[in-house]
Design a protein around this ligand. Structure first.
Ligand SMILES: C[S@@+](CC[C@H](N)C(=O)[O-])C[C@H]1O[C@@H](n2cnc3c(N)ncnc32)[C@H](O)[C@@H]1O
Length: 342
């Protein structure tokens, strides 16, 4: 079962695109996001303040950035520098004399997001919050995994560029055998996608830390006896599950929320049979890709906190847990890996 979330217009299924094609569409979307940030910054007076060059401290003073938010203000400036809206000379920032003209391939934007124009996309992307939040203490931008944010998550988790990475993981582990595990399964889209091609005797088990998402996933699959959902922390011992029982496991869009990912690897190493497939999908990473600054800005104020790993960090933990890398790709800073348990 694949559900088209409310608010996401139907698009041709992107799941069959090659990763490089999907990445091209995804990066076009992020380029548009830089422009949306720039327009929002302009509306909030950031460019006017930077007609006179300013250090980070001077900018913070002029704009009224509170002390604790200075690192986020720096991320904002870096994002504006990245696409040429602001110039940095190593010490001071100033508004670029010539502002880049936005021009986007709307076909790529639509492939990535389902939105068919820059303006439509602009209305769905809320950067006003990030910029306004610089002036107040506290963290008013929460996208916590609970019932209060379920509608938003149901949309985000079905956005084409996101769903793409989950579907590739489903395809990767789906062929490994009938016993499949979705670690940090959220409200259960991946469980449905795994069950879609699975035989009658399959076990498709979701482990999820959020009570509300366990309820949502359980309700979503109430009619399918092959699908089960249990509340659990994927970095705590999952002792109630049998060692070596699973043929395949995936974790999609959640690895970067783990403060101690080696504990996830311990679980994966124990629960998968030798030859089993483990797919680590949609990991926000430190890659230095074109979208890095905008992702760093977006995630700086988000709660829960994220811990983006580097590629070597992921590969080292995999190796230490007895996994061999089979395949990988990236959508910008979002990495995707497939491993085999040795
Ligand atoms: C962005 S959502 C992804 C959901 C799902 N994997 C998908 O792709 O549709 C991230 C999920 O990770 C869950 N999560 C975060 N840390 C977790 C942990 N330590 N153990 C289990 N679930 C966790 C969150 O509650 C949330 O549901």
């Amino acid at each position: 079962m694949t559900t088209q979330a409310a608010g996401i217009p139907a698009v041709d299924d992107v799941s069959d695109l090659a990763p490089e094609e999907m990445e091209r569409a995804y990066l076009e979307y992020r380029r548009a996001c830089y422009n949306i940030v720039a327009r929002t910054a302009e509306e909030r007076g950031v460019f006017a303040l930077l007609t006179e060059p300013a250090t980070l401290d001077t900018f913070a003073e002029r704009f009224g950035v509170v002390e604790t938010k200075k690192p986020v203000a720096e991320l904002l400036l870096k994002a504006l520098v990245k696409r040429g809206f602001v110039v940095f000379d190593g010490a001071t920032y100033r508004t670029a004399a010539e502002q880049p003209e936005p021009s986007f391939d709307e076909r790529l934007l639509k492939l990535a997001t389902g939105h068919s124009s820059f303006e439509e996309l602009r209305h769905s992307e809320n950067y006003v919050g990030i910029i306004d939040t610089l002036k107040v203490e506290g963290i008013p931008i929460a996208a916590t995994f609970d019932a209060a944010h379920l509608t938003v998550w149901n949309e985000v988790l079905q956005a084409p560029f996101y769903r793409y990475s989950r579907i590739q993981a489903v395809r990767e582990i789906g062929g490994a055998g009938p016993h499949l595990l979705d670690l940090a399964c959220g409200p259960g889209f991946g469980l449905g996608e795994l069950a879609e091609g699975a035989p009658a005797e399959a076990t498709v088990l979701g482990v999820e830390i959020s009570d509300d998402f366990v309820v949502a996933a359980t309700e979503r699959h109430a009619g399918d006896a092959r699908v089960r959902v249990t509340r659990g922390d994927v970095t705590k011992p999952l002792d109630f599950l049998q060692e070596g029982y699973f043929d395949g496991a995936m974790i999609v869009g959640a690895y970067h929320f783990l403060a101690e990912p080696h504990l996830l690897w311990r679980n994966a190493g124990r629960l998968l049979r030798p030859g089993g497939v483990f797919c680590v999908s949609y990991v926000l990473s430190k890659m230095g890709t074109e979208d890095q600054e905008i992702m760093d800005l977006r995630f700086a104020l988000r709660r829960p906190v994220s811990y983006p790993p580097t590629r070597p960090e992921v590969l080292d933990l995999a190796k230490a847990a007895g996994f061999e890398l089979e395949r990988e790709y990236g959508l910008g800073a979002w990495r995707w890996y497939s491993f085999t348990k040795l």
